[in-house]
Ligand binder design. Sequence first.
Ligand code: 3HC
Length: 309
Amino acid sequence: MNFEEVFEAKLAKNEFIEPKDWMPDNYRKHLIRQISQHAHSEVVGMLPEGNWISRAPSLRAKLVLLAKVQDEGGHGLYLYTAAETLGISRDEMIDALLTGKAKYSSIFNYPTLTWADVGAIGWLVDGAAIMNQVMLQRTSYGPYSRAMVRICKEESFHQRQGYEIMTHLSFGTPEQKEMAQDAMNRWWFPTLMMFGPPDVESPNSDNALKWRIKRESNDQLRQRFVNQTVIQAEYLGLTIPDPKLKWNESKKGYDYGDPDWSEFKNVIKGNGICNKQRLADRNKAHREGEWVRAAAAAYADKQKHVQAA
Ligand code: 3HC
């Protein structure tokens, strides 16, 4: 068998493609694009929530949020490391993010206006991320799959902490309930956008499914997320802001209204509410972190000399 046939045979047997295996250039490029943007999303995702660490309503809430935001940084590291196994350097990826060349999840370009937004992010955004990432545990590229297994364990804590905040507010005072409903109204449709454009408009999905990078399509995951979340919103007594939401017995799922895909396209073009702020914050953090990188590199260099001596 030639290299291509070996690659195809491994996919057919659901075996992992590992860094040292031959792979088509386009498979490699597809993974570098997806994994690096996934990593950027984790790191940029720290910003909207980080905004509330100093404003958390209790010490416990602060500790839980701090732990979650720190987790996201770690998820970014796992994913940058997985992407590096494909031959791209960390510096290239970071440069692509800081210069605005690379994408990150559209959801993080929306502002966190109240404490309920922290709850909505944990419940809805991390809930959507889990839906996608549990599927990605079965992705064909070994390092990506193993990173997903590790990340999914922590994501379930993230979703629980968000849902706990929304539960506290929804069963709290009328003002708290109103704050939870306001967050629901602002985060619902942007969360549906996280799963990507409709399958018919997704230029990458055919290859992703053929190469078993994705195991389910954008629309399939979005549908599963809606079905799961409606019940949770009902328990909270929150209204999903979608007049088209309706149980469809024949498909055993909810019919629902589409997000505003022109808004989605505008946000991923860089024109969302917070895009500029997020990039400015990431660039500032990168500049201010220069001394840490220099110290770590100096220490690593010294260690090399010590070992060589
Ligand atoms: N935000 C920004 N860009 C998006 C997007 C979104 N929500 N959805 C799709 N896009 C981009 C794609 O990157 C692609 O652009 P590109 O070719 O320049 O990269 C274009 O829109 C077309 O989309 P496709 O559906 O064809 O692209 P994919 O096949 O890559 O599917 C995806 C998009 C479903 C996001 C897929 O890339 C994926 O599963 N990525 C891994 C999961 C991920 O990145 N999740 C982001 C959230 S991580 C997170 O939420 C952290 C959590 O801890 C809170």
